[in-house]
Design a protein around this ligand. Structure first.
Ligand code: ZN
Length: 139
């Protein structure tokens, strides 16, 4: 897979958020999430390719890195496959298109917001996201 350029998927991702979120979510596509945080909110953990944020007044937002390189894509898939416990899901097959991959990232972050799940619930977030991920041929 080549480097994923996220911006062309914006309208589909926003539609996915409207479908599955119980309130509005701002999708912010930024070059560097760690830098974005450092400039506005203080440090974030590492430099993820996606992150859920809540505003002081309770507004929901999802940050997404604007370009995601193949190594990052691969390492995210491997983490989900190795540690996710999704025995019934072929992770690599389900995430074989850029569209499916970025959709999974956004749904995962929405899982944190929608269920108020902390960082320790990564696998639950992935499972929640897979349940709502459209199949590639339908995307
Ligand atoms: Zn997470």
């Amino acid at each position: 897979m080549e480097t994923i350029i996220v911006e062309p998927f914006r309208s589909e991702l926003e539609a996915l958020l409207r479908e599955h979120a119980t309130r509005s979510v701002d999708l912010l596509i930024v070059p560097d999430i760690a830098r974005w945080c450092a400039e506005r909110r203080g440090e974030c953990l590492g430099n993820p390719c996606a992150m859920a944020i809540t505003g002081k007044a309770g507004a929901w937002g999802i940050l997404l890195r604007s370009e995601i390189d193949p190594d990052t894509v691969q390492s995210v898939k491997e983490r989900i496959d190795l540690f996710g416990g999704h025995e019934d899901i072929d992770v690599f097959q389900r995430l074989d298109s850029p569209r499916a991959f970025v959709s999974l990232l956004v749904l995962h972050e929405l899982a944190h917001l929608q269920n108020d799940w902390p960082q320790a619930k990564e696998n639950d977030c992935d499972a929640w996201a897979f349940e709502r991920l459209p199949f590639s041929e339908n995307l």
